[in-house]
Write a protein of this length. Structure first.
Length: 152
């Protein structure tokens, strides 16, 4: 029974990370962290790395710390919270950097409705080039209207 609890904690953490992402994106990246995020909103910015990539390092730190604490002195709940954060980070990377921004040329022929809707919502976010403007600050969950707009 304890294993089901760990799985549920991992899933719950994964889902809660969308809220953390939304708040962080709106209030930090589009707030005092704009100096790191700004290049990500510039059309035609073409570089292997962006200053915005620093956020990946920052967001990995809590997960790394929780993995460390989650195995000491023995496996505990913190490990599974870290696992949820890690899984969210991987999903974020695949959806945001690979499928939306196509920074890596993987899965180029993907025509999934959910992924098209996520891409549309993110494009709406990127139409705002300045820090105070914006909408659709999440990544994996977005307003249903974007999903409806992608009907084939």
């Amino acid at each position: 029974m304890i294993y089901i609890g760990y799985i549920l904690i991992t899933i719950l953490t994964f889902m809660l990370m969308e809220g953390v992402t939304w708040c962080t994106h709106k209030y930090i990246m589009h707030g005092f962290g704009w100096f790191l995020h700004e290049d990500h909103h510039q059309p035609g910015y073409n570089s292997v790395f962006e200053k915005n990539d620093a956020f990946f390092v920052v967001f990995a730190m809590p997960s790394i710390l929780l993995f460390f604490l989650g195995v000491r002195p023995e496996l505990n709940v913190l490990f599974f919270i870290a696992l949820g954060i890690l899984f969210y980070g991987l999903a974020y990377f695949l959806v945001h950097d690979v499928l939306i921004h196509r920074r890596f040329k993987w899965f180029n022929k993907t025509n999934n409705r959910y992924l098209r809707a996520a891409r549309k919502a993110h494009k709406v976010h990127h139409k705002h080039l300045n820090k105070p403007d914006g909408e659709c600050f999440g990544m994996l969950f977005f307003p249903y209207k974007y999903y409806k707009e992608t009907k084939q």
